[in-house]
Design a protein around this ligand. Structure first.
Ligand code: NDP
Length: 245
């Protein structure tokens, strides 16, 4: 992947799943990385593993619901590597449930992590991109916002809102800022672990186990968008298991 080499890429939520797989793939191609998540032990271990393989990676404790934390995370790229080429807004949660269960705290949490988090990332990255005269925002969205299923209303709403933010950013930006929305279907990760309802969680985990893609497939998709020549913007990619409706 020659185009990725030398790029400085910040990835939120890289302690597991899609974010970690993306960090590994991009590190192999020579990118310099800033990776963040709340679980300090996991994100530090991930960075340590990548450094052992020769990659230039720093890890940060990051909570995307905290604007100052996101700002400090993004600043690390410039402080350590002198630039930021790509922000991957990947961190996300899905404590899904029926609306009638009134799990309002979980609705708030999804809005904070899945929507406010990427917005804080955009707020931190845009001034850097403007000053550099180039940049790329990649949002990890979801097919849940494209085809609705029961229990998914709030989660899907946050992802559709993020898709809209991405499209708005693209429309307002000149050719020096690229915006990509990647919408995965089922992917085999720890993603369902936050679902409190045992019946809903086991149904999702069963489906993930049966048809879920590897996180590596999503990492390849992110790398594809990054590796295009600078005048090529990959706008929206839907990547789901062939067996998913
Ligand atoms: P994981 O649960 O494996 O990864 C989620 C990541 O987000 C973790 O690294 C977690 O780290 C991080 N995270 C959660 N909350 C915060 C926070 N407040 N601040 C910083 N980091 C946070 O699941 P996936 O890899 O599957 O999820 C990645 C993205 O992919 C999400 O946006 C999700 O919506 C999306 N997606 C996933 C699909 C799937 O089927 N798996 C399908 C479609 C989209 P930590 O807990 O250490 O903070």
């Amino acid at each position: 992947m020659p185009h990725t080499t030398q790029k400085v890429i910040a990835i939120t939520g890289a302690s597991s799943g899609i974010g970690l797989a993306t960090a590994k793939l991009l590190a192999q191609s020579g990118a310099k990385l800033v990776i963040g998540a709340r679980r300090a032990d996991r994100i530090d271990a991930a960075a340590e593993g990548l450094r052992r393989d020769g990659a230039d990676v720093i890890s940060c404790s990051l909570d995307v619901t905290d604007r100052a934390s996101v700002s400090a995370f993004v600043s690390q790229a410039v402080e350590r590597f002198g630039q930021l080429d790509v922000l991957v807004n990947n961190a996300g949660i899905a404590p899904i449930s029926a609306l009638d269960d009134l799990n309002v705290d979980e609705w708030d949490a999804m809005i904070d992590v899945n929507l406010r988090g990427p917005l804080y990332g955009i707020a931190a990255a845009l001034p850097i991109f403007r000053q550099q005269g180039s940049g790329h925002v990649i949002n990890i969205v979801s097919t849940a916002g494209l085809v609705l299923a029961p229990h998914m209303a709030v989660y899907a709403a946050t992802k559709n809102a993020l898709r809209t933010i991405g499209e708005g950013l693209r429309l307002e930006s000149g050719p020096d800022l690229r915006v990509t929305n990647v919408s995965p279907g089922f992917v085999q990760t720890e993603f369902a672990s936050s679902i409190a309802d045992e019946t809903v969680r086991s149904a999702i985990e069963k489906r993930m186990g049966e048809i879920g893609l590897s996180a590596d497939s999503i990492a390849q998709t992110v790398a594809f968008a990054i590796n295009q020549p600078s005048d090529v913007e990959v706008g929206d990619i839907v990547i789901r298991p062939a067996a998913q409706n």
